[in-house]
Design a protein around this ligand. Structure first.
Ligand code: ZN
Length: 238
């Protein structure tokens, strides 16, 4: 595991920042500063404000990821699990467990809590944006624009995570659901297969529309296979 810095503790769980996070944070800030409205601050004057808001938005985006991971962790603790740490890194966040909850229904609640917290947070931010300025989501005020971006990204993050394919939360919800009817390894195999089918369809769609989707599809396919191998390795010993 790469180097990580502890920045604090929430509900007894150490929060750590991975070294890769320090690379991706300025990258996100740069992205926000160069993208035009409504998803970036290009054109905001003076320049210093543009960069300040871009950096703040990037930081708050990772706070949003932290909220998502805390939601998983909170329900895990309620159901008797124990969390070693939450780590923020290049691709988001991971809550690693000391003691895992196994009962399918409880797992479904723990896993669903993450994306649902993202969607709820996103909706709250957009509602706040609307209350502050019912006339327009973004115009005239950089703070409103920031609320809009964070609201939108949180909702997107929540919905994207509900796609029923590993490594997204949706894949884990699907496996937990299937394991109500069959053993864990079989449930994993079936969930992996569904994830792979989704990845192939997404890849074909991406080939004709957006190459980014193709990359995401390859990522999903690779992770689906890895999840299957991991579970088979873990359970073949018994
Ligand atoms: Zn999650």
């Amino acid at each position: 595991m790469s180097k990580a810095y502890k920045i604090g503790k929430i509900i007894g769980i150490p929060i750590k920042i991975d070294i890769s996070f320090l690379i991706v944070l300025p990258l996100f800030a740069w992205f926000f500063s160069s993208y035009v409205q409504p998803f970036g601050f290009a054109g905001v004057q003076p320049e210093i404000m543009k960069y300040a808001f871009s950096l703040l938005t990037a930081i708050l985006l990772f706070v949003s990821v932290l909220v998502h991971e805390l939601a998983h962790s909170y329900f895990s603790l309620i159901f008797g699990g124990s969390i070693k740490e939450i780590r923020l890194h290049l691709l988001g966040g991971v809550a690693s467990m000391n003691r895992e909850v196994k009962e399918p229904l409880k797992v479904m609640v723990i896993v669903a809590a993450g994306p649902l917290s993202s969607i709820i947070l996103g909706v709250l931010l957009l509602v706040l944006n609307y209350i502050l300025n019912p006339a327009s989501f973004t115009e005239g005020n950089t703070t409103l624009l920031m609320l809009f971006i964070l609201g939108y990204v949180n909702i997107f993050m929540g919905l994207f995570n509900l796609i029923p394919a590993f490594p997204m939360d949706g894949g884990r919800i699907l496996r937990a659901f299937l394991s109500l009817f069959m053993d864990y390894v079989k449930a994993t195999e079936k969930a992996v297969l569904i994830g792979k089918i989704i990845a192939v369809l997404l890849g074909i769609f991406g080939l004709f529309t957006d190459l980014w989707l193709l990359l995401i599809a390859l990522y999903i396919y690779g992770n689906a296979s890895r999840e299957e191998q991991l579970v088979k390795m873990r359970y073949s010993r018994f």
